[in-house]
Design a protein around this ligand. Structure first.
Ligand SMILES: [Zn+2]
Length: 297
């Protein structure tokens, strides 16, 4: 592993791709500092909601890097609780945005949790036929457990995830995680290991992963490469070109105007009673102003 080509010595705000060849495992690691902080700071979410958003962002970045796609990867959570919805999407260019919706009446208590519901994985590509969607129930109100279950059950790929987020004394948010996946058997290759060995290797990797601390995941000044070396030094992790991430929303005045213009006539008549209509993007909180004439075309 070498840092010589990297200006970013901590590897924050990029997905670090790696493999543990001896164990037939592929891995992903991510730590987001200013991206997650800026996404959350744009809103006035209660702290417990912000923590879910931070966690969803890091999971979305990890997962999006597992798929080859040209478009948008999104992770959406629909819950029956006062925390109603979480959404994050990551484009194939590494552009990240996220938001949440919750019952404002509970904001003072700030004890939001996930209830019954679903986590939906979607990959939207140019062509409709390349759309992929997967769904899993929320398990034990835990986001990581739910998505891990998705890969284990739906994709039949043993997957281990350790994720954490943190808000420091200055109010700055950091989130990150490490994901390991057991590679499926390579057809036609001579099997290096029998099933028992493979299971032992996987369990060994899970023990190593569980030793990763939340502090290591969220320490903004600690190199992610160093974290991986510390964790898997005996396995000699092989690191590949990372995927850079940026905070970027896809909203625009034109897109919002299109939505407003396509509303049904009764709704349209209702909102255009005001001379000026302000619409806020739920993802980035950008405000757009429209006149009744704009909307009526
Ligand atoms: Zn926006």
């Amino acid at each position: 592993m070498s840092d010589t080509q990297d200006a970013n010595q901590t590897h924050n705000n990029e997905v670090v791709l790696f493999s543990l060849d001896a164990l037939d495992i592929r891995g992903r690691a991510v730590r987001l500092d200013h991206i997650v902080d800026e996404i959350i700071s744009a809103h006035d979410y209660p702290q417990s909601v912000s923590a879910y958003v931070a966690q969803l962002i890091s999971l979305s970045c990890l997962f999006s890097s597992l798929f080859k796609f040209d478009g948008i990867f999104s992770l959406q959570v629909q819950s029956s609780s006062a925390l109603k919805m979480l959404a994050c999407d990551v484009t194939s260019k590494g552009e990240v945005r996220a938001c949440a919706s919750f019952d404002e009446d509970h904001a003072d208590e700030d004890d939001f949790e996930l209830g019954e519901g679903y986590v939906v994985f979607t990959i939207d590509q140019e062509s409709e036929k390349d759309r992929y969607q997967g769904i899993v129930q929320i398990h034990n109100g835990d986001l990581v457990e739910s998505v891990q279950h998705y890969f284990n059950q739906s994709e039949q790929i043993p997957t281990g995830i350790k994720a954490a987020c943190n808000q420091d004394a200055d109010g700055r948010w950091t989130a990150g995680g490490v994901l390991l996946q057991r590679l499926p058997d390579q057809g036609g290759k001579v099997e290096k290991t029998d099933k028992t060995d493979a299971r032992d290797q996987w369990q060994h990797a899970m023990v190593l992963l569980s030793s990763l601390t939340d502090e290591e995941i969220c320490d903004r000044d600690l190199s992610l490469h160093d974290v991986l070396l510390r964790l898997f030094h005996a396995e000699g992790p092989r690191v590949f070109d990372p995927i850079p991430l940026v905070k970027k929303c896809r909203c625009s005045r034109d897109k919002l105007l299109g939505v407003l213009r396509s509303m049904d006539p009764a709704e349209k008549a209702d909102i255009t009673k005001e001379p000026e209509i302000e619409v806020q993007c739920e993802y980035c909180a950008e405000k757009y102003k429209f006149s009744a004439e704009d909307i009526n075309g």
